[in-house]
Write a protein that binds this ligand. Sequence first.
Ligand SMILES: Nc1ncnc2c1ncn2[C@@H]1O[C@H](COP(=O)(O)OP(=O)(O)OP(=O)(O)O)[C@@H](O)[C@H]1O
Ligand SMILES: [Mg+2]
Length: 562
Amino acid sequence: MLNLNKVNFSINKNDDEINLIKDANINISESSFVAVVGPSGCGKTTLLRIIAGINAQSSGNIYWKGRDLSVNDFNPSELGFVPQFSIAYDQLTISESIKTAIKLRSKCTTKEEINNILDKVISQTGLKEISERQVKVLSGGQMRRLSLAIELVTEPQLLLCDEVTSGLDPKSEHEIVSLMHSLSRNSDRVVVNVTHSLNHLELYDTIIVLYEGYVVYQGSPSKLTHYFSVNSAEEIYPTLTNRKDIDWHISWLKHREKYITDSEVNDKEYKSPNNTLPPSALNQFLALTIRRWKIFSRDKMQILLHLGMLLLFPILVAIFGLDGIDQPKTMPNQTNANVIDQLNYKISVSKSHMEIGSLISGLVMFQVILLTLMASNNSAREIAGEREIFEKEKFSGLSVSSYILSKVAFLSVLVLLQSLWMGIFVQICVPSLPGDIVTRLIILILVNASMTSICLGISASMKSPEQSSLLAIYLVGFQLPLSGAILSLPQWISPITQPLISAYWAWSGSLDLMKGEYFGQSIDAVTKQTNVQSLNICIVWLFLHLIFGLFLTYTGSKKPQI
Ligand SMILES: Nc1ncnc2c1ncn2[C@@H]1O[C@H](COP(=O)(O)OP(=O)(O)OP(=O)(O)O)[C@@H](O)[C@H]1O
Ligand SMILES: [Mg+2]
């Protein structure tokens, strides 16, 4: 049913080719429960990843039901891959986690269909009693059951499990091994469990021993101790070190016929892939969006942080404008005053322009900078913080576009709330702030959206949430100095940096809008050193930033990050 024929896998490290899997020949028949054992670092996980198609073998062939997988790969629903460390969202319950997996992986549309699958996998994995328990309070053994349950929603014919019993107490280990054993007896399923534990070997049909990338035994557990000439399985690992890996391999090639069971034969007959269809992109999008809101609504710290920013930041801005914005002084058309008085008046007029211009420019910049800070908080960890789960779901058939769209839908709500409330609250507190309010709100939405989108792109491209938050915070930190709005930049620097700074375009566009009848001279007074671009150009640049962020998000999400 599953056949590996002379499979090799090598990687290049510092121009050296390192062989991690060497000449592996493996034959596994249907309804088998298989253990892949071997000392740490011998290549067990690597072998599993090659079978799953996560890593492509360097040479050799892998057949599944006679089908060459390099020609016709697994349909995601045919394969379940349970990783070494259980991954699920802490805030969801067991049944919610499984329900989302069903919606993301199978084409079930009615509630009844979903509940039928849910009931089935929950009872198969023994999770019925605790199905409403949140993931964060589950024990190690219960977490492993949940991981298995999630993989079972598409009833895969091949279930690959990587160290799902590691770190468990002996009782839980026995329960999980027994569970996997019973799963292998359902619908001709093959269950391959990678483990370095040599307990409960009698429950398996076949044991594969790997040593330094070589298969050095494949056969029934009862013949294992005989082959290695030891009294108990525990003695196998120390015994392996007595000979070179290649010697063990050659010895195995010599004796394998005596140990391989008759049923483990190559079945080359081609069978078409399991036709369980994946759900539509729209259904995946809906399932992910609902899950995102559920997780958000249960994360009290996140809600408090967002609320704090949403309510406090506009107050911080408004405080600076509470005294209102005076109308700037103008020079009288005709005056009888003497030259000194005229000069003094001129100075006081330009001082008033300077003060008013500075206040308007400062208020606008403060609003924009605080929105960029909210933007980085919105999305800097959004993808990086759940990368492992995302990679797992991508592997199981999740469409990257549905995933990104669900992020856009979730973040758009935050962006709209933050920008509108910032603009409207400041307008209520400082009604004399010039410029059309609708256009100003659009600029605020655009600057928040573009920074949120760029930080989402960073989050999709970084390996860890820490890296991604740090980079996003640097980006926000550089917005103010590199915008040239407060301290003018050297002339040769501004054309290089300003195009990259979203805050500059939002500030510049807002000031251009505000240059009305009264405030033109005041704004000119504070922007002598820094070029203010026209509103339309600024809006185009903010759109470009938004699109660049989405592009970065797409390419970063597509690229495997494991
Ligand atoms: N991308 C990689 N680059 C360099 N070395 C790698 C890479 N992936 C795996 N290895 C090396 O390949 C060997 C096999 O790794 P693998 O993770 O398959 O071992 P394992 O048998 O699963 O070990 P464990 O029981 O500790 O999980 C190890 O020596 C590991 O360091
Ligand atoms: Mg491993």
